[in-house]
Design a protein around this ligand. Structure first.
Ligand code: C5P
Length: 224
């Protein structure tokens, strides 16, 4: 079965306060994007990769892939204004004979084969998709303005990460966007769930830290 990776790297990363998009800020000596790109390229579970780059950064993304010797990179598309649009543009480049698509965020550099294996095993079990999730350590409240209206049972909650893996046709159907209609989902699993898909949550990886601000970059650098 052929597994394609879609690497969402088109965010602006405003919260990092850098002079360039998040995928190109330095993680150690290299752009952040290098870490996830190299790891996906080296993975035995991934056959080909499509990158969604920020507008104007397509060429640096392609050059980076070449420099790293990432021969599985098949295309680099221009990302959209939202993550959903970037993912949809990249998914459109995945050939129709692909069996599965793994959608990953460049903002989570430390993707591992272990997590990819857990996710793909779920597809082999017959699920439409699988996502890595971690138990929620904090007590979670639902609020209305400043007022707490409910304490949520955290035992039934998971904080989900990427990569998220789906049967290719299921993901294609779910992310197809209707013109003028903003998607109501913030991750691909949300789109597949809304379309009626069955998505399994598998054990996540605490090392899949998401880089949002400068402190996150330091945390990830310490884990390299
Ligand atoms: O902004 P945030 O960190 O939540 O974005 C998650 C991932 O989605 C990042 O890897 C980012 O590059 C990507 N993204 C994208 N296109 C956008 C916005 C975000 O590919 N327009």
């Amino acid at each position: 079965m052929s597994v394609w990776a879609v690497l969402a790297a088109a965010g602006s990363g405003e919260r990092l306060g850098a002079d360039r998009p998040k995928a190109f800020v330095r993680l150690g000596e290299r752009p952040l994007l290098a870490e996830s790109l190299e790891r996906l390229d080296a993975s035995a579970w991934i056959d080909a990769i499509v990158v969604a780059a920020p507008p104007g950064w397509e060429e640096p993304a392609i050059l980076l892939a070449e420099e790293l010797g990432c021969g599985k990179v098949s295309a680099c598309v221009t990302g959209g204004a939202t993550r959903a649009e970037s993912v949809a543009a990249a998914v459109a480049e995945v050939p129709l004979d692909a069996a599965a698509i793994a959608v990953h965020d460049a903002a989570r550099p430390l993707v591992s084969d272990d997590v990819l294996e857990r996710l793909l095993r779920a597809l082999n079990e017959g699920w439409d998709g699988a996502v890595p999730g971690l138990a929620v350590a904090d007590t979670v409240k639902r609020v209305d303005g400043d007022r707490i209206v409910e304490t949520v049972d955290r035992s039934a909650l998971r904080a989900v990460q990427t990569p998220q893996v789906f049967v290719a046709d299921v993901l294609r159907g779910a992310v197809a966007m209707r013109a003028g209609e903003p998607p109501a989902w913030t991750d691909c699993s949300g789109a597949v769930e809304a379309a009626g898909g069955r998505v399994k949550v598998v054990a996540g990886d605490p090392r899949l830290v998401k880089v949002t601000d400068a402190a996150d970059l330091e945390r990830v650098a310490a884990l390299l």
